[in-house]
Design a protein around this ligand. Structure first.
Ligand SMILES: Cc1ncc(COP(=O)(O)O)c(C=O)c1O
Length: 434
């Protein structure tokens, strides 16, 4: 059946959108970004409809969140059923079935032979924050290694770990002490990651003082960068040798997006702690710290959360995991291959595409002024987003000059064709700034 999207009936933002935008601009915090003037009214699968009736193909899923697509009937039914029973009980103090079920499910899904335990959160940031506390209390050490270009959320601990944009940190200090930032491995823009690590341990901190190494196994906000196996193995070996905890922040890469349940499985390196959120609840706010049982042994009452592991979020997460395991993960792998092949074709036609990389439905298309110097075209990504938006395709940038492709995992081959066609049109019509 032919798709009823993309459909642009009125140039966005239309009159209804303009009203909402004006209201938001007047009363909402000035800190919100608002990439482009999309005002959502409803969604279905990979389609988003705005308040003026325009329909878009969504290739960004509300920043890699709507994993099962919008309004998936299985997720809606599970969440509604739970909402009708009860929507809160506080799992820190009491019990309920979906909470225990989700903990068991995630503990059994996480890679590695050792048994796992799970702490459920409201968000990715809260998972990161909890993991810092867990690693410190487990090792009785204070130092944490994190990486240039990384993004771990917006709380004080998380911004202290992050290093992707100065605006996330400017004037918020003093930040959390004890963080050492090192270069990430970027195969397209090689770094001196190994030398920098060796220098750190020779000059500034002992290996045996490190509580944790926290990394995104695929850099998200920082540019959809896939590091080498060497880099991942180096830090796995480091943690094994020196008693530190390896934390993979899979808030963006987890829950089927890479074609495997976790990016760690796609990349073949197993962490001690996995952090999840975003896609886990198909849009309902829920996250998780999934840790080896030997690591998650903190004291009774040492950590908790009023809303973390909320029953409706748990029900949505269980339904999401059923769908992801039941076919969406395989679909992500298949559609990811089609998209990668398509973007590589576009690379032959458009010189400004410097690099195409990806695993499953986590694909980065990086733009450069010149393929030799690999210099970014900083404002181009925003122009591409806007031009695509006006043609009914939702995109989102990341890094300095990269478009991230992170659609709902339900997209099909027709969606892939539509996305590639509009992407091609946008690049063909674009006037690249000198
Ligand atoms: C890798 C990673 N970690 C943590 C976070 C923070 O998650 P949240 O916005 O749910 O707090 C994000 C959000 O973009 C993320 O991409």
């Amino acid at each position: 059946m032919a798709k009823n999207y993309p459909f642009i009936g009125v140039v966005p933002p239309g009159p209804n959108a303009e009203k909402i935008i004006a209201q938001d601009a007047r009363y909402a915090s000035t800190s919100y970004i608002k990439e482009y003037p999309l005002v959502a009214a409803r969604g279905l699968g990979a389609m988003v409809e705005d308040v003026d009736g325009n329909r878009y193909l969504d290739m960004m899923a509300g920043i890699a969140v709507s994993s099962t697509g919008y309004a998936h009937p299985t997720v809606v039914a599970a969440a509604t059923e739970q909402l009708n029973r009860f929507s809160h009980m506080c799992a820190t103090d009491f019990y309920y079935p979906v909470f225990a079920q989700l903990c068991e499910r995630l503990a059994k899904l996480a890679p590695g032979p050792e048994p796992k335990r799970v702490f459920l959160t409201n968000s990715g940031t809260e998972a990161v924050e909890g993991a810092i506390k867990l690693a410190r209390s487990h090792t009785k050490r204070q130092y944490i290694i994190s990486f240039h270009g990384s993004f771990h959320g917006r709380s004080m601990g998380a911004i202290s770990l992050g290093s992707s944009k100065v605006k996330y940190r400017r004037h918020f200090g003093p930040l959390m002490p004890g963080v050492h930032h090192l270069p990430y491995d970027n195969p397209y823009h090689p770094t001196n990651w190994r030398d920098a690590a060796e220098n750190l341990f020779r000059e500034r901190v002992g290996e045996d003082e490190i509580a944790a190494v926290i990394m995104e196994p695929i850099l998200g906000e920082g540019g959809y960068v896939i590091p080498s196996r060497d880099f991942l193995d180096f830090w796995r070996d480091f943690c094994d040798e020196h008693g530190a905890v390896l934390i993979f922040d899979e808030v963006q890469s987890g829950v089927g997006r890479t074609g495997q349940m976790f990016a760690s499985q796609a990349l073949g390196v197993t962490p001690d702690i996995t952090l999840l959120a975003k896609g886990l609840g198909s849009g309902l706010p829920i996250g998780a710290i999934v840790a080896k049982e030997s690591v998650m042994s903190w004291g009774h009452g040492s950590h908790g959360s009023t809303f973390g592991g909320n029953p409706v979020g748990c029900a949505a997460a269980l339904a999401t995991l059923d769908l992801v395991e039941g076919g969406l993960m395989a679909n992500a792998a298949a559609m990811g291959s089609l998209l990668l092949a398509g973007f590589n074709e576009l690379k032959k036609k458009h010189d400004i595409i410097g690099d195409v990389r990806g695993v499953g439905l986590m694909i980065g298309v990086e733009f450069v002024k010149d393929r030799k110097t690999k210099e970014p075209i900083v404002h181009l990504v925003h122009e591409i987003e806007l031009a695509a938006f006006k043609k009914g395709l939702l995109l989102l940038g990341c890094g300095r000059s990269t478009i991230r492709i992170a659609p709902p995992l339900v997209i099909d081959a027709e969606d892939v064709r539509i996305a590639l066609r509009i992407f091609d049109e946008v690049l063909t019509e674009l006037r690249v700034p000198a």
